[in-house]
Design a protein around this ligand. Structure first.
Ligand SMILES: [Zn+2]
Length: 474
């Protein structure tokens, strides 16, 4: 088969993007594949292309509703009709119709939580699934606020689904995360395609301050000087709100975003940002996945990220159009304390594990404030897998991993070597040629980012109302 010819005829591209061919060939050869491709490198083609040649359906597990809806819309735009997303947007009547005709869909999108439902699994067991695609596969390795136990059950479900071939896709994964993906998805022999993590058009800056007031002043000066779109990442919800309020007071076009908001409000902010109606979004790390904005010019971390991987992912949202983008990490002495407390807060304490173990009604522990919600999720999962002593041991191991994770971030911010090289090394990679505009230790030409005078942001594409209507169909 001439892959290029198919690519040209079907998608209108004359050449594959780096990595796509290797991944597609792996899938077509019948292998399980783990693909590490930076966002914007055309990950979806990696399953859409082989899907044309597979006899059964492709089941795509996606962590976010908005991500799912986006991919469905994208496929429909390509003229693909046999595509369905099984999620809460699907009305009861429509759902029954979907079950009845399930085997006729080429693409079935689903969340891990939905897949864990016995009824849903029974339905899927009736049809032929040729390929299981796990989007954002690094989610498997997250412990703490982002922990979703159903991710870890996907591997156990494979036999119920007829043991389909597996394709795990993610933008960033360290060796440890790749090992977790192999382990929990039960694909020890999977072929690994790893694209270099380095993005040449991202310039890394680290700014050090004596106080938090200096930090805030500098940020307000910065957002006044440069044009967005830009994301300002804060460590807490409160800080995200606070920074947005200060920026708005200064006349900036800004909003905040975090996981504590109603879903509708979150979609609203995301849409406004996407449509160019907002210049800056101040956010926790809840913002970004599923945000498709090619020209984000600035990603600023007002507080330290909790891992290098998280940092790379957040920074990677900038400059998808390939144009120079500035990633600024702000640091004041003592910032590590907040990062460390955020990291350690994610895992249950020994007291919490014992309480969860002994309780008859675990939810009551959360309601009474004895055990934190996150602690219950993580603790209950491990207690379902092993004895209480082993669970305590396991949590200690995870705490230790988190401690190292934090150490790597401290080293990044207090070190004085090339930031780009340090990041690459964290992923066991080496840099192939540095751009002239590299990082703060090798000189940054800031004029690159001065794009004319500031004016009110312009609407780029359709209004948010139209887009919201499309995302939330009747
Ligand atoms: Zn450098």
């Amino acid at each position: 088969m001439n892959l290029e010819q198919v690519l040209q005829e079907t998608y209108g591209f004359s050449a594959f993007r780096p990595g796509q061919r290797e991944v597609i060939e792996g899938v077509l050869d019948g292998k399980d594949v783990i693909a590490l491709l930076p966002t914007g490198m055309g990950k979806s083609l990696c399953y859409q292309f082989p899907a044309r040649f597979l006899p059964g359906s492709v089941l795509i597990i996606s962590p976010l509703l908005s991500l799912m809806q986006d991919q469905v819309a994208q496929l429909k735009k390509l003229g693909e009709k046999s595509v369905v997303a099984i999620n809460s947007f699907l009305k009861q009547g429509a759902r029954e119709e979907v079950w009845r005709t399930l085997g006729t869909y080429r693409y079935i999108f689903i969340s891990p939580e939905m897949l864990a439902q016995p009824f849903v699994r029974q339905q899927l067991a009736r049809i032929q699934i040729s390929l299981l695609v796990m989007d954002e596969a690094h989610c498997i390795s997250q412990w703490g606020f982002d922990f979703r136990p159903d991710y870890l059950r996907i591997g156990d479900m494979l036999p119920h689904l007829g043991n389909p071939q597996v394709l795990a896709l993610t933008a960033t994964a360290t060796k440890k995360v790749v090992a977790d993906i192999r382990k929990y998805l039960h694909i020890p022999e999977a072929f690994l395609y790893e694209h270099p993590i380095d993005r040449k058009n991202i310039v890394y800056d680290i700014k050090k301050f004596d106080s938090h007031k200096d930090k805030t002043d500098w940020l307000l000066h910065y957002t006044d000087r440069y044009r967005g779109p830009g994301i300002v990442y804060a460590g807490t919800r409160k800080k995200a709100e606070e920074l947005a309020a200060l920026m708005i007071e200064k006349g900036e076009s800004a909003a905040f975003y975090h996981g504590g908001m109603e879903q509708q409000d979150r979609i609203f902010v995301q849409q406004q940002f996407q449509n160019g109606e907002l210049e800056w979004v101040c956010s926790t790390n809840a913002f970004g996945m599923g945000v498709h904005i090619p020209d984000i010019r600035h990603v600023i971390h007002y507080q330290l990220p909790t891992s290098i991987e998280g940092y790379v992912q957040e920074v990677g949202r900038a400059g998808r159009d390939g144009n120079p983008s500035l990633a600024t990490l702000m640091y004041a002495e003592g910032d590590e304390a907040l990062m460390e407390s955020l990291l350690m807060d994610e895992l249950p304490t020994e007291f919490e594990i014992r309480a969860i173990h002994d309780a008859e009604n675990r939810q009551l522990l959360v309601d009474q404030g004895i055990v934190r919600e996150t602690a219950l999720r993580v603790g209950a999962y491990w207690l379902s897998q092993m004895t209480i002593e082993k669970t305590i041991e396991q949590i200690r191991k995870l705490q230790n991993e988190k401690w190292w994770q934090g150490r790597k971030v401290s080293e990044l911010v207090t070190g004085e070597g090339c930031v780009r090289s340090y990041i690459a090394q964290s992923f066991d990679q080496t840099i192939q040629g540095k751009p002239s505009n590299c990082c703060c230790f090798e000189g940054i030409d800031y004029t690159t980012f001065e794009t004319g005078t500031k004016s009110s942001p312009q609407v780029r594409v359709e209004g948010w109302q139209a887009r919201l209507a499309r995302l939330l169909p009747d």
